[in-house]
Design a protein around this ligand. Structure first.
Ligand code: PEP
Length: 251
């Protein structure tokens, strides 16, 4: 049994005033229906503390969008996993395609961050997914196999059970193009089969989220697929009503 998980990735958005408003709307619109499902939001680092206080009365958990792989020291501009845990974060997104393509993060770095996040008792959400040219060149499966094997290189089956995978086809992120439920399901089943080969029966407990232009009107069909265990939501998570509608679609 894999409890569904919906995660909002706010990316680099929101002034203090806008963030307070979004947090207030989320807490006001939060309904008992939403309690059946695990939900988290990942604000920018600077907003984590106010988010923690604002969401205290809801069951919405907190996550960060990234962290570094070292515990402390001379790493200017970086944030350690333990710092996030101390602020009340449960989740941390790692290896998002924007980190990989804009900031040059490699699978190897993602695997080190994964190890450190687990050591700090955070639940890592590891993003994988192919680009448009990789999909049209029939390389999707090869890309997924490489990203799974290299990004998860530092963990064993015991740890794998604590990890969340997010399948995010890059061509669907922020573009308004969504994988069809069939396309997404087939990628998720492929990912789960590979996890099964690597980690055995634990693979059936690993949650695999879909990300890529999930909106209230396409969420229900995607989330009804057997291997889609939730969503990683970008743009739509900045609108409290849209985000809550997606959470309700998952119930
Ligand atoms: C994301 O950035 O993880 C994402 C899925 O974005 P969007 O929902 O805007 O496509």
């Amino acid at each position: 049994m894999r409890p569904k998980l919906i995660v909002g990735n706010w990316k680099m958005n929101g002034t203090l005033k806008e963030t307070r408003k979004l947090l207030f709307q989320l807490s006001v619109e939060w309904t008992p229906k939403c309690h059946d499902i695990e939900v988290a939001v990942c604000p920018p680092f600077t907003m984590l503390l106010i988010a923690k206080h604002a969401l205290d009365e809801t069951s919405i958990k907190l996550g960060a969008q990234n962290c570094y792989c070292e515990e402390k020291g001379a790493f200017t501009g970086e944030i350690a996993p333990a710092m996030l845990a101390e602020l009340g974060c449960t989740y941390v997104i790692l290896g998002h395609s924007e980190r990989r393509t804009i900031f040059g993060e490699t699978d190897n770095l993602v695997s080190k961050k994964l190890r450190s996040a687990l050591d700090a008792k955070l639940t890592p959400i590891i993003c994988i997914g192919e680009s448009e040219s990789e999909r049209t060149g029939n390389e999707t499966e090869a890309v997924l196999l490489r990203q799974i094997s290299e990004s998860l290189a530092t963990i064993n089956a015991n740890d794998a059970a604590k990890v969340v995978i997010a399948y995010e086809p890059i061509w669907a992120i922020g573009t308004g193009k969504t994988a069809t439920p069939d396309e997404a399901q087939s990628a998720h089943a492929f990912i789960r089969a590979d996890l099964q080969k690597k980690y055995g029966s634990i693979a059936s407990d690993i949650r695999i989220l879909y990300g890529g232009s999930v909106k209230p009107d396409n969420a229900r069909a995607l989330l009804a697929e057997p291997d889609i265990d939730g969503g990683l939501i970008g743009g739509a998570s900045l609108d409290a009503s849209a985000f809550i509608a997606i959470v309700e679609a998952a119930t």
